[in-house]
Design a binder for this molecule. Structure first.
Ligand code: KIV
Ligand code: NA
Length: 273
């Protein structure tokens, strides 16, 4: 299989919807690969893999290591690595150094970063130097401290205009697509109609050109407290708990392992070495 390229993702606009999810491990990435257009190693890895309270405390080295794990396990989906908080906001040069590391050490095909008008010069700097950028506007989780929580963005006319201006700015700067997070349908629809690049929605309605969710959320692995925009397509938490409980019960009862799981134990079914 040939991997989906960034120009192919961009070319989906007006042709077909883009389906994306997050991943941080080889196991899950390999299971998802054939069905998705791209896989994001989100900075949400901080929360779903490390138990951190928000996305702020993950490093470029950590994202690169998780990206490499995803790249090794996949052959089809385009692989996009999130730029951690503090790794790109200072200067375009800082952003380039860290984005280049995510491509060279991590093996990512592209990077994602949060910010609209304010990050446009940085996006242009990266793209002109060979680093494809997926932008991210609307609700930006790295702004949790200035927002005082996670709040839908652009709900009134003035802030809606800002989100639209941000989306226009990142397209002009050369982003190949833009994540729209936590914006109302009317705004997502207006932005998707205005832009020539695909919009990837998360909590941004079906008006977007594609969708992304955090895999643990949609598989029911992340507790009951998921945002309202999440649809749970499975309840893997109970599957995992049930399996682990049965295992522990059988270990304590001496029912596992059986002779077929053991080496050098005489049984009717010979064990394979
Ligand atoms: O970190 C993340 O998972 C994201 C998403 C767009 C889901 O940024
Ligand atoms: Na993110």
């Amino acid at each position: 299989i040939k991997r989906v390229t960034v120009p192919q993702l961009k070319g989906c606009k007006g042709q077909r919807k883009i389906a994306a999810l997050t991943a941080h491990s080889s196991v899950f990435a390999s299971l998802m690969d054939e069905y998705l257009d791209f896989i994001l190693i989100g900075d949400s890895t901080a929360m779903v893999a490390y138990g951190l309270p928000n996305t702020l405390s993950i490093t470029v080295e950590q994202i690169a290591a998780h990206t490499a794990a995803v790249v090794r396990a996949t052959a089809h989906a385009c692989v996009v690595a999130d730029m951690p908080f503090g790794s790109y906001q200072k200067t375009p040069e800082q952003a380039f150094e860290n984005a280049a590391y995510l491509l060279s050490a991590g093996g990512a095909d592209a990077v994602k970063l949060e910010g609209g008008e304010i990050m446009a010069p940085t996006i242009e700097f990266l793209v002109k130097r060979g680093i494809p950028v997926l932008a991210h506007v609307g609700l930006m989780p790295q702004h949790v401290n200035t927002m005082g929580g996670y709040k839908a963005q652009g709900m009134d006319e003035a802030t809606g205009k800002q989100v639209l201006a941000d989306a226009v700015a990142v397209e002009r700067a050369g982003a190949f697509a833009v994540v729209l997070e936590g914006v109302k349908e009317e705004l997502a629809s207006a932005i998707s109609a205005k832009l020539g690049i695909p919009t990837i929605g998360i909590g941004a309605s079906v008006a977007c050109d594609g969708q992304i969710l955090v895999t643990e959320d949609m598989l029911g692995l992340n507790g009951e407290n998921v945002p309202r925009f999440v649809k749970r397509y499975a309840n893997l938490a109970s599957e995992v708990q049930h399996a682990v409980q049965r295992y522990a019960d059988e270990v304590r009862a001496g029912a596992f392992p059986e002779s077929k799981h053991c080496f050098g134990v005489k049984s009717t079914t010979p064990s394979k070495a």
